[in-house]
Design a protein around this ligand. Structure first.
Ligand SMILES: Cc1cc2nc3c(=O)[nH]c(=O)nc-3n(C[C@H](O)[C@H](O)[C@H](O)COP(=O)(O)OP(=O)(O)OC[C@H]3O[C@@H](n4cnc5c(N)ncnc54)[C@H](O)[C@@H]3O)c2cc1C
Length: 414
């Protein structure tokens, strides 16, 4: 792997930066691997990286039907935080947060992680009680969290309108939370995994999963059959589709989730503001665009777009809270397909088929977990048993009833 440093930048500047090589290979699939990962989103690529780095398992292929990082990883609004309510979820997302804090150095790739703070607004007395409960739970778990008053919010964002149709009574604030650059996360993991010997095979849809004697035997793909001892399904909105190829029915609903960005503005928005009650959240990208996210479209589907009334509803709320933005033009809008589980928590689990694993159900909030998800999934696949951090997120919780209900903390979109 070509190392990025001030010296390599200087050296390459001598040749007008025309000498940089490709950042990862584009190999043809081999006939057999120790592990095949279905889906080259951030989670699949992170799993491959940690399999190679932490567990020495390098005979790995990541098989992707489109281009790497082109699914929800490319479509999300990049909010990263770890202030969930329950101990299990907090521990998992906080592990991810700690990995984020050293990720650019670890990958030797700038993922532009910016800890600018995330606020979740409260508009009713009950909202504020929930916020206070969650902040207390976060602190007991060693996660930074505080309750801020309307005056403190106004000090941070002077142009916010606190006396809206939904008056702002306060907010939770996690200062270590923030945003990262989504493409860079996928590219950084891809480059580092490739350097450790992982094959990333793009434009290669998985069309079937073969089993022999109750165990996984490999995957049928657009480029032929690939034999594998272990197969990890990490396909986000298409998880139910790929799992059904192995006869497994997942408790997942796939919904469109939309986002949009404005024309670029000079730096104005200092942090991230989310409001569950009015289904809208906003931040500003390093390019200057306002990045705005919505709630899920309520119908299930696989079209990567959504309906206009959802965007209209979201923009009404944004303009109500930030009247200053009423004349800002919106540049682009898009949708992804999110994998919503019944308790708004992920499924990181062994399955009834030996050697077959799933990592899905992240719904509207999996980007923030990318490194943590890869880290625990790599452990689960390598050791054939969950790590302590993902033990509670197994499939069997939907039979036992041990759900971890994070609907309150999963924020805007569920
Ligand atoms: C509009 C929007 C906003 C969001 N905002 C946030 C946010 O602010 N913060 C946050 O934490 N999360 C957010 N999310 C959620 C987040 O994007 C996802 O949870 C996360 O990116 C999931 O990563 P992944 O790698 O599992 O999935 P993906 O990036 O979707 O990767 C899955 C891959 O599997 C591939 N695949 C599917 N079927 C097959 C097949 N048969 N064969 C081969 N490959 C296949 C797909 O092509 C895809 O590339 C948002 C999502 C959307 C859509």
């Amino acid at each position: 792997m070509q190392k990025f440093s001030i010296w390599s930048l200087l050296r390459n500047s001598m040749s007008y930066h025309e000498g940089w090589g490709r950042q990862w290979r584009s190999p043809e699939p081999r006939r057999e691997y120790d592990v095949v990962i279905v889906g080259a989103g951030g989670h699949g690529l992170a799993t491959a990286y940690y399999l190679a780095k932490e567990h020495g398992i390098k005979n790995v292929a990541v098989v992707e039907r489109g281009y790497l990082g082109g699914g929800n990883t490319a479509r999300n609004t990049t909010i990263v935080r770890s202030n969930y309510l329950w101990d299990e979820a907090t521990a998992l997302y906080e592990k991810a947060m700690q990995l984020w804090e050293g990720l650019s150095q670890d990958l030797n790739y700038n993922v532009m992680f910016s800890q600018r703070g995330v606020m979740n607004l409260g508009h009713t007395l009950q909202d504020m009680r929930d916020i206070e409960r969650r902040v207390t739970a976060n602190r007991l778990n060693g996660v930074d969290a505080e309750v801020v008053t309307p005056a403190q919010i106004k000090e941070m964002i002077p142009f916010i309108n606190l006396n809206t149709r939904y008056p702002v009574l306060g907010a939770s604030l996690q200062r270590r939370a923030g945003v990262a650059r989504h493409d860079a996360v996928a590219w950084g993991f891809a480059r580092a995994a490739d350097a450790l010997g992982v094959d990333i095979i793009q434009n290669c849809e998985v069309t079937g999963i073969r089993r022999e004697n109750g165990a996984v035997a490999g995957v049928d793909t657009a480029k032929g059959f690939i034999r594998a001892k272990k197969v990890a399904l990490i396909a986000a909105g298409h998880s139910s589709v790929v799992a059904s190829m192995a006869g497994i029915r997942l408790p997942i609903e796939s919904h469109p989730l939309q986002a949009l960005v404005s024309e670029p503005l000079k730096p104005i928005f200092p942090n991230v503001v989310m409001s569950n009650a009015i289904h809208a959240y906003i931040s500003q990208s390093d390019k200057g665009d306002l990045v705005i996210g919505a709630g899920i479209d309520q119908y299930a589907g696989y079209g990567q777009r959504g309906s206009y009334h959802t965007i209209e509803h979201t923009l009404q709320a944004i303009v109500e809270m930030f009247p200053l933005f009423s004349r800002v033009r919106m540049n682009r809008q898009w949708g992804g397909i999110v994998d919503v589980s019944p308790d708004a928590c992920p499924i990181i689990s062994l399955t009834p088929v030996k050697g077959l694993y799933v990592d899905c159900g992240w719904g509207t909030g999996g980007f923030k977990a990318t490194p943590g998800s890869g880290w625990v999934m790599a452990h689960t696949v390598a050791q054939d048993r969950p790590h302590a951090l993902n033990e509670a997120f197994a499939l069997d919780r939907f039979y036992s009833g041990h759900l971890i209900d994070e609907h309150g903390a999963a924020a805007v979109a569920h």
